[in-house]
Design a protein around this ligand. Structure first.
Ligand code: IMP
Length: 446
Protein backbone atom coordinates (compact mmCIF):
# COMPACT_ATOMS: atom_id res chain seq x y z
CA UNK A 1 0.00 0.00 0.00
CA UNK A 2 1.35 3.42 -0.83
CA UNK A 3 1.88 5.76 2.07
CA UNK A 4 1.38 8.93 0.02
CA UNK A 5 -2.18 8.70 -1.27
CA UNK A 6 -3.23 11.12 -3.94
CA UNK A 7 -4.65 10.69 -7.41
CA UNK A 8 -1.92 11.85 -9.74
CA UNK A 9 -1.91 13.78 -12.96
CA UNK A 10 -0.53 12.37 -16.16
CA UNK A 11 3.21 11.82 -16.17
CA UNK A 12 3.50 10.73 -19.83
CA UNK A 13 6.44 13.12 -20.30
CA UNK A 14 8.52 10.99 -17.92
CA UNK A 15 8.04 7.81 -19.96
CA UNK A 16 11.40 6.47 -21.11
CA UNK A 17 13.22 9.20 -19.16
CA UNK A 18 15.49 9.33 -16.13
CA UNK A 19 15.19 11.15 -12.83
CA UNK A 20 18.57 12.06 -11.32
CA UNK A 21 19.14 12.56 -7.60
CA UNK A 22 22.31 14.57 -6.90
CA UNK A 23 23.79 16.31 -3.89
CA UNK A 24 24.16 20.10 -3.86
CA UNK A 25 26.98 20.40 -1.31
CA UNK A 26 29.63 17.93 -0.05
CA UNK A 27 27.65 14.69 0.18
CA UNK A 28 25.87 13.08 3.13
CA UNK A 29 22.66 15.01 2.59
CA UNK A 30 20.30 12.05 2.25
CA UNK A 31 20.30 10.96 -1.40
CA UNK A 32 19.77 7.36 -0.25
CA UNK A 33 16.53 8.21 1.51
CA UNK A 34 15.32 10.38 -1.39
CA UNK A 35 16.05 7.61 -3.91
CA UNK A 36 14.11 5.12 -1.81
CA UNK A 37 11.24 7.60 -1.46
CA UNK A 38 11.23 8.39 -5.17
CA UNK A 39 11.20 4.72 -6.14
CA UNK A 40 8.23 4.14 -3.84
CA UNK A 41 6.42 7.30 -4.96
CA UNK A 42 6.80 6.66 -8.69
CA UNK A 43 5.69 3.07 -8.32
CA UNK A 44 2.82 3.41 -5.89
CA UNK A 45 1.52 6.96 -6.31
CA UNK A 46 2.38 8.05 -9.84
CA UNK A 47 1.78 4.49 -11.04
CA UNK A 48 4.85 4.22 -13.28
CA UNK A 49 7.09 1.23 -13.69
CA UNK A 50 10.61 2.02 -12.53
CA UNK A 51 12.74 -0.12 -14.85
CA UNK A 52 16.15 0.45 -13.28
CA UNK A 53 17.98 2.37 -10.58
CA UNK A 54 21.59 3.14 -11.42
CA UNK A 55 24.64 4.38 -9.51
CA UNK A 56 26.60 6.40 -12.11
CA UNK A 57 29.79 7.32 -10.20
CA UNK A 58 31.97 6.73 -7.16
CA UNK A 59 32.30 3.59 -5.10
CA UNK A 60 32.18 2.49 -1.49
CA UNK A 61 33.40 5.96 -0.47
CA UNK A 62 29.69 6.81 -0.37
CA UNK A 63 27.51 5.43 2.37
CA UNK A 64 24.13 5.89 3.94
CA UNK A 65 21.72 4.35 6.36
CA UNK A 66 18.14 4.32 5.17
CA UNK A 67 15.04 3.55 7.25
CA UNK A 68 12.48 1.59 5.31
CA UNK A 69 9.03 0.98 6.78
CA UNK A 70 7.71 -0.92 3.73
CA UNK A 71 8.49 -4.05 1.82
CA UNK A 72 7.75 -7.69 2.23
CA UNK A 73 8.11 -9.68 5.44
CA UNK A 74 10.91 -8.41 7.60
CA UNK A 75 11.99 -5.72 5.16
CA UNK A 76 11.14 -3.06 7.73
CA UNK A 77 14.21 -1.64 9.37
CA UNK A 78 17.43 0.17 8.72
CA UNK A 79 19.73 -0.57 5.80
CA UNK A 80 23.31 0.47 5.25
CA UNK A 81 24.36 0.80 1.63
CA UNK A 82 27.55 1.99 0.01
CA UNK A 83 27.62 1.24 -3.69
CA UNK A 84 24.15 -0.22 -4.37
CA UNK A 85 21.56 2.45 -5.17
CA UNK A 86 18.67 2.49 -2.73
CA UNK A 87 15.96 1.62 -5.28
CA UNK A 88 16.82 -1.94 -4.23
CA UNK A 89 14.68 -1.46 -1.10
CA UNK A 90 11.65 -1.13 -3.39
CA UNK A 91 12.56 -4.30 -5.33
CA UNK A 92 13.69 -2.33 -8.37
CA UNK A 93 16.52 -3.79 -10.49
CA UNK A 94 19.68 -1.87 -9.66
CA UNK A 95 22.89 -1.32 -11.61
CA UNK A 96 26.39 -0.44 -10.53
CA UNK A 97 27.10 1.72 -13.57
CA UNK A 98 30.07 1.75 -15.96
CA UNK A 99 31.42 4.98 -14.46
CA UNK A 100 31.32 3.68 -10.89
CA UNK A 101 34.10 1.61 -9.31
CA UNK A 102 33.50 -1.65 -7.48
CA UNK A 103 35.52 -3.16 -4.66
CA UNK A 104 34.62 -6.87 -4.98
CA UNK A 105 35.96 -7.66 -1.52
CA UNK A 106 33.67 -5.13 0.14
CA UNK A 107 30.75 -5.85 -2.21
CA UNK A 108 30.71 -9.64 -1.81
CA UNK A 109 32.10 -9.68 1.73
CA UNK A 110 29.98 -6.97 3.38
CA UNK A 111 27.41 -5.17 1.26
CA UNK A 112 25.57 -8.09 -0.36
CA UNK A 113 25.52 -10.35 2.75
CA UNK A 114 24.18 -7.45 4.82
CA UNK A 115 21.34 -6.88 2.34
CA UNK A 116 20.65 -10.61 1.96
CA UNK A 117 20.42 -11.05 5.74
CA UNK A 118 17.58 -8.52 5.78
CA UNK A 119 15.66 -10.21 2.99
CA UNK A 120 16.59 -7.85 0.15
CA UNK A 121 16.46 -9.56 -3.25
CA UNK A 122 20.14 -9.25 -4.18
CA UNK A 123 19.54 -11.06 -7.46
CA UNK A 124 18.18 -7.74 -8.70
CA UNK A 125 21.62 -6.13 -8.40
CA UNK A 126 23.63 -5.93 -11.64
CA UNK A 127 27.07 -4.68 -12.59
CA UNK A 128 28.18 -3.12 -15.88
CA UNK A 129 30.84 -4.90 -17.95
CA UNK A 130 32.80 -1.66 -18.05
CA UNK A 131 32.86 -0.96 -14.31
CA UNK A 132 36.43 -0.71 -13.01
CA UNK A 133 37.52 -2.80 -10.04
CA UNK A 134 39.20 -1.58 -6.88
CA UNK A 135 42.22 -3.92 -6.57
CA UNK A 136 43.57 -5.21 -3.25
CA UNK A 137 46.87 -3.27 -3.50
CA UNK A 138 45.24 0.13 -4.19
CA UNK A 139 44.47 1.14 -0.57
CA UNK A 140 48.17 0.94 0.26
CA UNK A 141 48.97 3.23 -2.70
CA UNK A 142 46.34 5.75 -1.63
CA UNK A 143 47.61 5.72 1.94
CA UNK A 144 51.20 6.37 0.78
CA UNK A 145 50.06 9.24 -1.44
CA UNK A 146 48.11 10.82 1.40
CA UNK A 147 51.20 10.57 3.63
CA UNK A 148 53.32 12.24 0.95
CA UNK A 149 50.86 15.15 0.78
CA UNK A 150 51.49 15.87 4.48
CA UNK A 151 49.43 18.81 5.71
CA UNK A 152 47.79 19.06 2.26
CA UNK A 153 46.23 15.58 2.59
CA UNK A 154 42.79 15.31 0.98
CA UNK A 155 41.37 13.30 3.88
CA UNK A 156 39.98 10.59 1.62
CA UNK A 157 37.66 7.83 2.80
CA UNK A 158 40.62 5.39 2.41
CA UNK A 159 38.62 3.26 -0.02
CA UNK A 160 41.17 3.70 -2.83
CA UNK A 161 38.57 5.27 -5.09
CA UNK A 162 41.13 7.82 -6.31
CA UNK A 163 43.71 5.16 -7.22
CA UNK A 164 41.08 3.19 -9.16
CA UNK A 165 40.10 6.24 -11.22
CA UNK A 166 43.76 7.15 -11.67
CA UNK A 167 44.51 3.71 -13.11
CA UNK A 168 41.42 3.97 -15.34
CA UNK A 169 42.73 7.27 -16.73
CA UNK A 170 46.16 5.66 -17.20
CA UNK A 171 44.43 3.00 -19.32
CA UNK A 172 45.70 0.23 -17.10
CA UNK A 173 42.77 -0.35 -14.74
CA UNK A 174 41.01 -3.72 -14.55
CA UNK A 175 37.37 -3.83 -15.63
CA UNK A 176 34.73 -6.43 -14.86
CA UNK A 177 34.98 -7.56 -18.50
CA UNK A 178 38.75 -8.13 -18.09
CA UNK A 179 38.08 -10.45 -15.17
CA UNK A 180 35.47 -12.36 -17.16
CA UNK A 181 37.73 -12.68 -20.22
CA UNK A 182 40.89 -14.65 -20.95
CA UNK A 183 42.92 -15.60 -17.84
CA UNK A 184 46.37 -15.06 -19.40
CA UNK A 185 45.43 -11.63 -20.65
CA UNK A 186 44.10 -10.76 -17.20
CA UNK A 187 47.42 -11.74 -15.60
CA UNK A 188 49.31 -9.59 -18.12
CA UNK A 189 47.04 -6.65 -17.37
CA UNK A 190 47.51 -7.05 -13.62
CA UNK A 191 51.30 -7.24 -14.08
CA UNK A 192 51.30 -4.06 -16.17
CA UNK A 193 49.04 -2.34 -13.64
CA UNK A 194 51.51 -3.10 -10.86
CA UNK A 195 54.52 -2.11 -12.94
CA UNK A 196 52.95 1.28 -13.64
CA UNK A 197 52.43 1.91 -9.95
CA UNK A 198 55.92 2.94 -8.97
CA UNK A 199 55.43 1.77 -5.39
CA UNK A 200 55.42 -1.87 -6.49
CA UNK A 201 57.83 -1.81 -9.40
CA UNK A 202 58.39 -5.26 -10.82
CA UNK A 203 56.86 -7.13 -7.91
CA UNK A 204 55.52 -10.29 -9.54
CA UNK A 205 54.54 -11.90 -6.25
CA UNK A 206 52.04 -9.11 -5.61
CA UNK A 207 50.73 -9.48 -9.16
CA UNK A 208 50.11 -13.17 -8.56
CA UNK A 209 48.28 -12.48 -5.29
CA UNK A 210 46.08 -9.80 -6.86
CA UNK A 211 45.38 -12.10 -9.82
CA UNK A 212 44.31 -14.99 -7.57
CA UNK A 213 42.11 -12.74 -5.44
CA UNK A 214 40.40 -11.40 -8.55
CA UNK A 215 39.75 -14.91 -9.86
CA UNK A 216 37.97 -15.79 -6.62
CA UNK A 217 35.23 -13.28 -7.54
CA UNK A 218 34.91 -14.28 -11.18
CA UNK A 219 31.93 -16.67 -11.00
CA UNK A 220 29.94 -14.45 -8.68
CA UNK A 221 30.51 -11.43 -10.88
CA UNK A 222 29.74 -13.27 -14.11
CA UNK A 223 26.08 -13.87 -13.23
CA UNK A 224 25.53 -10.20 -12.34
CA UNK A 225 27.22 -8.65 -15.36
CA UNK A 226 25.12 -6.86 -17.97
CA UNK A 227 25.40 -4.57 -20.97
CA UNK A 228 23.69 -1.48 -19.56
CA UNK A 229 22.83 -0.10 -23.00
CA UNK A 230 20.45 -3.01 -23.53
CA UNK A 231 18.72 -2.24 -20.24
CA UNK A 232 18.51 1.46 -21.08
CA UNK A 233 16.99 0.65 -24.48
CA UNK A 234 14.31 -1.45 -22.82
CA UNK A 235 13.34 1.48 -20.58
CA UNK A 236 13.02 3.75 -23.61
CA UNK A 237 11.04 1.23 -25.63
CA UNK A 238 8.66 0.28 -22.84
CA UNK A 239 8.12 3.84 -21.63
CA UNK A 240 9.33 3.03 -18.13
CA UNK A 241 11.22 5.46 -15.93
CA UNK A 242 14.78 5.17 -14.57
CA UNK A 243 16.29 6.61 -11.40
CA UNK A 244 19.95 7.55 -10.98
CA UNK A 245 21.42 8.02 -7.52
CA UNK A 246 24.65 10.00 -7.77
CA UNK A 247 27.49 9.51 -5.29
CA UNK A 248 29.18 12.31 -3.21
CA UNK A 249 28.25 15.96 -3.84
CA UNK A 250 28.68 18.92 -6.20
CA UNK A 251 31.48 20.47 -4.09
CA UNK A 252 33.49 17.25 -4.46
CA UNK A 253 33.27 17.17 -8.26
CA UNK A 254 36.70 16.43 -9.73
CA UNK A 255 36.47 19.40 -12.13
CA UNK A 256 34.02 21.89 -10.65
CA UNK A 257 34.53 21.17 -6.94
CA UNK A 258 37.02 22.53 -4.40
CA UNK A 259 40.04 21.02 -6.19
CA UNK A 260 42.34 19.45 -4.97
CA UNK A 261 40.06 18.59 -2.03
CA UNK A 262 37.67 16.64 -4.21
CA UNK A 263 36.77 13.08 -5.11
CA UNK A 264 37.90 11.48 -8.38
CA UNK A 265 34.64 11.26 -10.30
CA UNK A 266 32.09 13.75 -11.65
CA UNK A 267 29.30 14.36 -9.18
CA UNK A 268 26.86 16.66 -10.98
CA UNK A 269 23.84 15.57 -13.01
CA UNK A 270 25.43 16.25 -16.44
CA UNK A 271 28.52 14.31 -15.31
CA UNK A 272 26.25 11.55 -14.02
CA UNK A 273 24.53 11.18 -17.39
CA UNK A 274 27.88 10.76 -19.15
CA UNK A 275 29.23 8.32 -16.57
CA UNK A 276 26.08 6.20 -16.64
CA UNK A 277 26.19 6.03 -20.45
CA UNK A 278 23.07 8.14 -20.95
CA UNK A 279 22.70 11.35 -22.95
CA UNK A 280 21.21 14.72 -22.04
CA UNK A 281 18.10 13.68 -23.97
CA UNK A 282 17.47 10.94 -21.42
CA UNK A 283 17.15 13.38 -18.53
CA UNK A 284 13.55 13.87 -17.45
CA UNK A 285 13.95 15.59 -14.09
CA UNK A 286 16.78 16.49 -11.73
CA UNK A 287 16.54 16.66 -7.94
CA UNK A 288 19.23 18.42 -5.91
CA UNK A 289 19.45 17.44 -2.25
CA UNK A 290 20.86 19.67 0.53
CA UNK A 291 20.24 19.86 4.26
CA UNK A 292 17.85 22.58 5.42
CA UNK A 293 18.83 24.02 8.84
CA UNK A 294 22.63 23.51 8.58
CA UNK A 295 25.20 22.15 6.13
CA UNK A 296 28.06 19.67 6.57
CA UNK A 297 31.34 18.59 5.05
CA UNK A 298 33.58 15.63 5.89
CA UNK A 299 37.26 15.60 4.95
CA UNK A 300 39.62 18.50 4.34
CA UNK A 301 39.13 21.57 2.18
CA UNK A 302 37.35 24.93 2.24
CA UNK A 303 33.98 25.44 3.95
CA UNK A 304 33.26 29.17 3.90
CA UNK A 305 30.26 29.10 6.23
CA UNK A 306 31.66 26.62 8.77
CA UNK A 307 30.66 27.33 12.39
CA UNK A 308 33.57 28.33 14.58
CA UNK A 309 31.51 28.22 17.78
CA UNK A 310 29.88 25.48 19.81
CA UNK A 311 26.94 25.65 17.37
CA UNK A 312 28.86 23.13 15.25
CA UNK A 313 28.68 20.63 18.07
CA UNK A 314 25.03 21.33 18.80
CA UNK A 315 24.05 20.54 15.21
CA UNK A 316 26.46 17.59 15.07
CA UNK A 317 24.75 16.05 18.08
CA UNK A 318 21.20 16.91 16.93
CA UNK A 319 21.74 15.54 13.43
CA UNK A 320 24.10 12.74 14.45
CA UNK A 321 26.66 14.00 11.95
CA UNK A 322 29.21 11.21 11.82
CA UNK A 323 30.23 9.58 8.51
CA UNK A 324 28.51 6.27 7.67
CA UNK A 325 31.60 5.09 5.81
CA UNK A 326 34.40 6.34 8.06
CA UNK A 327 32.69 7.31 11.34
CA UNK A 328 34.46 10.70 11.17
CA UNK A 329 32.67 13.67 12.78
CA UNK A 330 31.29 15.93 10.06
CA UNK A 331 32.15 19.63 10.01
CA UNK A 332 29.01 21.76 10.43
CA UNK A 333 28.16 25.22 9.12
CA UNK A 334 25.25 27.28 7.84
CA UNK A 335 23.65 27.15 4.40
CA UNK A 336 25.38 29.17 1.68
CA UNK A 337 22.98 30.48 -0.98
CA UNK A 338 25.76 31.56 -3.36
CA UNK A 339 27.03 27.99 -3.33
CA UNK A 340 23.50 26.68 -3.89
CA UNK A 341 22.98 29.01 -6.85
CA UNK A 342 26.16 27.71 -8.45
CA UNK A 343 25.17 24.11 -7.68
CA UNK A 344 21.78 24.68 -9.34
CA UNK A 345 23.48 25.94 -12.48
CA UNK A 346 26.02 23.13 -12.61
CA UNK A 347 23.37 20.46 -12.10
CA UNK A 348 20.50 22.00 -14.08
CA UNK A 349 18.20 20.76 -11.32
CA UNK A 350 14.40 21.08 -11.54
CA UNK A 351 13.71 20.60 -7.84
CA UNK A 352 15.52 21.15 -4.56
CA UNK A 353 14.90 18.81 -1.66
CA UNK A 354 15.71 20.09 1.84
CA UNK A 355 16.54 17.31 4.28
CA UNK A 356 16.87 17.02 8.06
CA UNK A 357 14.41 19.88 8.54
CA UNK A 358 13.57 18.46 11.98
CA UNK A 359 17.19 18.84 13.13
CA UNK A 360 17.35 22.50 14.14
CA UNK A 361 18.91 21.70 17.53
CA UNK A 362 15.88 23.72 18.72
CA UNK A 363 17.79 26.95 17.97
CA UNK A 364 15.85 30.22 18.28
CA UNK A 365 17.45 31.61 15.11
CA UNK A 366 19.01 29.86 12.12
CA UNK A 367 21.81 31.49 10.13
CA UNK A 368 21.92 31.60 6.32
CA UNK A 369 24.48 33.26 4.07
CA UNK A 370 22.26 34.87 1.42
CA UNK A 371 22.90 35.19 -2.31
CA UNK A 372 24.83 38.44 -1.72
CA UNK A 373 27.10 36.81 0.90
CA UNK A 374 25.42 38.51 3.91
CA UNK A 375 24.56 36.47 6.98
CA UNK A 376 20.87 36.54 7.89
CA UNK A 377 19.25 35.15 11.00
CA UNK A 378 15.82 33.61 10.55
CA UNK A 379 13.39 32.30 13.18
CA UNK A 380 13.77 28.60 13.86
CA UNK A 381 11.12 26.02 14.78
CA UNK A 382 11.03 23.11 17.22
CA UNK A 383 11.78 19.56 16.17
CA UNK A 384 8.44 18.44 17.62
CA UNK A 385 6.54 20.95 15.43
CA UNK A 386 7.83 19.59 12.14
CA UNK A 387 8.76 15.98 12.89
CA UNK A 388 7.10 13.43 10.62
CA UNK A 389 4.92 15.94 8.79
CA UNK A 390 3.96 14.66 5.37
CA UNK A 391 1.51 17.37 4.49
CA UNK A 392 3.04 20.58 3.15
CA UNK A 393 0.28 22.68 4.69
CA UNK A 394 0.94 21.27 8.18
CA UNK A 395 4.52 22.51 8.33
CA UNK A 396 5.19 25.23 10.92
CA UNK A 397 4.92 28.79 9.57
CA UNK A 398 8.55 29.49 10.58
CA UNK A 399 9.74 26.57 8.42
CA UNK A 400 7.69 27.85 5.47
CA UNK A 401 9.25 31.32 5.86
CA UNK A 402 12.71 29.76 6.04
CA UNK A 403 12.03 27.82 2.83
CA UNK A 404 10.89 31.07 1.19
CA UNK A 405 14.32 32.60 1.94
CA UNK A 406 16.03 29.67 0.20
CA UNK A 407 13.58 29.97 -2.67
CA UNK A 408 14.41 33.68 -3.13
CA UNK A 409 18.04 32.78 -3.81
CA UNK A 410 17.43 30.09 -6.39
CA UNK A 411 17.93 30.98 -10.03
CA UNK A 412 14.49 31.67 -11.43
CA UNK A 413 14.85 31.48 -15.15
CA UNK A 414 11.77 32.29 -17.22
CA UNK A 415 10.84 28.62 -17.41
CA UNK A 416 10.92 28.43 -13.62
CA UNK A 417 9.09 31.64 -12.82
CA UNK A 418 5.76 30.05 -11.95
CA UNK A 419 7.33 27.02 -10.38
CA UNK A 420 8.47 26.54 -6.83
CA UNK A 421 11.82 24.76 -6.94
CA UNK A 422 11.75 23.57 -3.32
CA UNK A 423 8.94 21.06 -3.43
CA UNK A 424 10.28 18.26 -1.22
CA UNK A 425 11.15 18.57 2.47
CA UNK A 426 12.33 15.68 4.59
CA UNK A 427 10.92 15.92 8.12
CA UNK A 428 12.35 12.79 9.75
CA UNK A 429 14.46 9.72 9.10
CA UNK A 430 11.76 7.43 7.79
CA UNK A 431 10.51 7.12 4.22
CA UNK A 432 7.10 8.59 5.00
CA UNK A 433 8.53 11.65 6.79
CA UNK A 434 8.41 13.71 3.64
CA UNK A 435 6.40 16.85 2.99
CA UNK A 436 5.59 17.08 -0.71
CA UNK A 437 4.37 20.22 -2.40
CA UNK A 438 2.16 18.39 -4.85
CA UNK A 439 1.38 21.44 -6.95
CA UNK A 440 5.03 21.74 -7.89
CA UNK A 441 6.85 18.42 -7.38
CA UNK A 442 7.40 16.44 -10.59
CA UNK A 443 5.86 19.08 -12.84
CA UNK A 444 7.07 18.84 -16.42
CA UNK A 445 10.00 21.30 -16.43
CA UNK A 446 10.34 21.65 -20.20
P1 IMP B 1 37.66 9.91 -1.77
O1 IMP B 1 36.38 10.02 -2.56
O2 IMP B 1 37.64 8.76 -0.80
O3 IMP B 1 38.84 9.93 -2.65
O4 IMP B 1 37.78 11.22 -0.85
C1 IMP B 1 37.94 12.52 -1.40
C2 IMP B 1 37.15 13.54 -0.60
O5 IMP B 1 35.76 13.32 -0.81
C3 IMP B 1 37.33 13.48 0.91
O6 IMP B 1 37.22 14.79 1.42
C4 IMP B 1 36.16 12.64 1.39
O7 IMP B 1 35.82 12.92 2.73
C5 IMP B 1 35.09 13.12 0.44
N1 IMP B 1 34.04 12.11 0.18
C6 IMP B 1 34.10 11.05 -0.64
N2 IMP B 1 32.95 10.38 -0.66
C7 IMP B 1 32.11 11.04 0.14
C8 IMP B 1 30.74 10.86 0.51
O8 IMP B 1 30.05 9.96 0.04
N3 IMP B 1 30.24 11.76 1.40
C9 IMP B 1 30.96 12.81 1.87
N4 IMP B 1 32.23 13.03 1.55
C10 IMP B 1 32.81 12.15 0.70
Amino acid sequence: MPFFKKPYYNQYWLCGKWIFVADGFFGDNGKGKITNFLAHYLKEVVGMKVGLCVRPNGGANAGHEVLNPFGRGNREGSYIGHITPMGILQDIPCLIGPGAVLDPEHFFGTELPRFAEKGVDIEKIFVSRNTHLVLPHYPMVEQMEETLRGSGAVGTTKKAIGTTYEMRAKRSGIRVSDLLGDKNQLLEKVQLNIRLLKFFEGDDEIAQRVFQTLLSFKDRLRIMTVDEQELYLRIRERGEVGIAEMGQGTGLDNIHGSYPFVTSSLTTIPGGLAQAGLSHKDLGYGILVVKGPYWTRVGNGPFKTEFTTERADEFRQAGHEYGTTTGRPRRCGYPDMKFLQQAMRLNGADCVCLTKMDKTADQEKLAISDQFGCVRFIDGWKEADISQKSNWKDMPEAAKKYIAVFEEALPHSSEHCCRRLISLVSTGPSLEDMAIDREHFLLNPR
